[in-house]
Design a protein around this ligand. Structure first.
Ligand code: ADP
Ligand code: MG
Length: 321
């Protein structure tokens, strides 16, 4: 199968690559064309997944397709953007029709769940890797950035943390557990559900936001730095799921929730006066701390004692100093 046949069979003909809102021109030309309503801005983010680094070489291609788009779309959620479209740059060691078929189906399922169109990409030969670039739209001035947290704000998250990291020993076949627990954790890893609706509901309410991909403590550090504030996190308020607690036990579950990464849950700050409406509207909002003057992230126990761990999250290139 040649490059063009591959593109047509598995991607250009896929349901998610058909014309839709905002897409003036899709796959097939030198560029795709998107239109953005006046008064709105484009939000753009790109993510690369490398075999052996971000996923095991031998993983299920359907799940990989879902996950590749899910983790990228999560960045749109974090900005409060409405998803529009995405591109896919695919590097493959060889062409397997079965692999591509399953991959495209997983990608398509996530694309339809997120209401996103596949509008282009690139197909090359080499070690397996995937780069997904996502495009969304957001009203001018309403994007949720990392830099607006104010002393006095509450720090919140959009759901239980640590499940993605909790699933890793299962993904890597290092441990097993009863079916219902492993099913729940593996679903959180392989089909992360980007919190797109929550992100949009936070427009005009959250003062800062991001999606947790490298661990709560590390990612809150980004908000603290960008906003010039300190984030105080109350250890006992960090939400964790029942499957994670039963698989890992309290202590390891907490470690996964604080430093594990792969959550794709939103963390955000807001003025205390904005909380009640969000809760009344039924959004999943757990208050886990507050914004104070200062810098960095501090974890405190029930007595207010500093219990901040030293290791914080995953980095591909660690500082050598
Ligand atoms: P160019 O010669 O301009 O680099 P290509 O030959 O790489 O274009 O791709 C032809 C068309 O197919 C383009 O519209 C491109 O966006 C699209 N395309 C290539 N690979 C993929 C892919 N993996 N998924 C979706 N679209 C793709
Ligand atoms: Mg090309």
């Amino acid at each position: 199968m040649g490059e063009f046949e591959l593109i047509r069979n598995f991607f250009a003909d896929a349901p998610c690559a058909q014309p839709g809102e905002g897409v003036v021109l899709g796959i097939g030309d030198d560029c795709a064309l998107l239109s953005v309503p006046s008064g709105e801005q484009l939000a753009i983010s790109t993510d690369t997944l490398v075999a052996g680094v971000h996923f095991p070489d031998a993983c299920d291609p359907f799940l990989l397709g879902q996950r590749a788009l899910g983790v990228s779309a999560s960045d749109l959620a974090a900005m409060g953007a409405t998803p529009l479209a995405f591109t896919l740059a695919l590097t493959l060691p060889d062409v397997s029709a079965d692999w591509l078929q399953a991959f495209a189906q997983g990608l398509n399922l996530m694309a339809q769940g997120c209401a996103m169109r596949l509008i282009g990409g690139d197909t090359t030969r080499g070690p397996l890797s995937l780069t997904v670039t996502v495009f969304g739209r957001v009203p001018v001035g309403q994007a949720l950035t990392r830099s607006g947290a104010q002393p006095g704000d509450l720090l919140c998250v959009g759901g239980p943390l640590g499940d993605g990291a909790g699933a890793l020993p299962l993904v890597l076949n290092q441990r097993s557990t009863e079916t219902s627990t492993s099913k729940a954790l593996l679903a959180r890893y392989w089909s992360p559900q980007p919190q797109l609706a929550l992100g949009q509901a936070l427009r005009g309410r959250a003062t800062s936001a991001l999606d947790i991909s490298d661990g709560l403590l590390a990612d809150c550090g980004h908000i603290a730095l960008a906003s010039g504030v300190r984030l105080l996190i109350e250890r006992d308020k960090v939400p964790m799921s029942a499957p994670l607690l039963s698989f890992f036990g309290q202590e390891a579950a907490l470690h996964a929730a604080l430093s594990g990464g792969d959550d794709y849950i939103l963390a955000f700050t807001l003025a205390p006066s904005s909380l009640a409406d969000l809760v009344d509207e039924g959004w999943p909002v757990a208050v886990i701390g507050q914004v104070v003057e200062g810098q960095g992230v501090m974890l405190v126990d029930g007595q207010g004692q500093d219990v901040t761990p030293i290791t914080r999250g995953y980095q591909h290139f660690r500082e050598t100093r």
